[in-house]
Design a protein around this ligand. Structure first.
Ligand SMILES: N[C@@H](CCC(=O)N[C@@H](CS)C(=O)NCC(=O)O)C(=O)O
Length: 203
């Protein structure tokens, strides 16, 4: 398998999941704006995962589920229980549909205004703060059992980890949420997380 990534993006999530799964995989750093990467993934987005039969998998949550089901021994799936699978799907949908978009104005302010001056872009960036705070407060609550969902390690943990990192330069960083800070502290010590961070040139 070959994981296409750009450092620090949501591609960090499947990267960590691949580490945890014991999969045999390689990584390729891409330039998201390059024509070369458009030839790989016409959407020009990461993550993308090339699997053995040549198929290119896209969409972070779907890739994470593929990793969980392909390597069941790693125990990264929902686990047992009547609502376990729903709980995991709900958490993945929240991360993809609420947490990730909350950061869009912050990272790509130019998408939300036709103005190009610094003040206008700064205003758009700052407009993201309340929504980011809202999803962070929700994560603070979700993580009370030590993990994102079902009280166990799942593919939702690295997905949350990858996005929580994005608050590092915000006025309110993840370190100011006690439960999230505990979760991040544990993951930052995890060998698989450290291996993925190091491979992406991050700390
Ligand atoms: N729907 C996609 C979105 C992925 C996405 O937005 N990835 C970002 C990095 S975190 C990206 O590639 N952005 C480049 C762009 O939007 O052009 C998914 O969930 O995988």
């Amino acid at each position: 398998m070959l994981l296409y990534f750009a450092p620090g993006t949501c591609a960090l999530a499947p990267h960590i999941a691949l580490e945890w799964s014991g999969a045999n995989y390689a990584i390729e750093k891409v330039d998201l704006r390059s024509e070369a990467y458009r030839q790989v993934n016409p959407l020009g987005m990461v993550p993308a995962l090339r699997i053995a039969n040549g198929r290119l998998l896209t969409q972070a949550d779907a890739i994470l589920k593929f990793i969980a089901t392909s390597f069941p021994d790693a125990g990264l799936g929902a686990g047992d229980g009547e609502l376990a699978e729903f709980n995991l799907d709900e958490a993945l949908a929240f991360l993809t549909g609420d947490v990730h978009p909350a950061f869009w104005p912050y990272f790509g302010p130019g998408r939300f205004t036709t103005k190009t001056d610094d003040d206008s872009l700064k205003a758009v960036r700052e407009s993201a703060y309340p929504r980011i705070e809202r999803v962070m407060n929700h994560l603070e609550h979700m993580l009370e059992e030590g993990h994102v969902v079902n009280g166990k390690r799942t593919i939702a943990d690295p997905y949350a980890f990858a996005m929580i990192r994005w608050t590092a330069n915000l006025p309110k960083t993840w370190k100011e949420y006690p439960v999230i800070a505990d979760f991040m502290g544990r993951l930052l010590k995890d060998p698989g997380v450290q291996a993925a961070l190091s491979a992406q040139g991050l700390t």
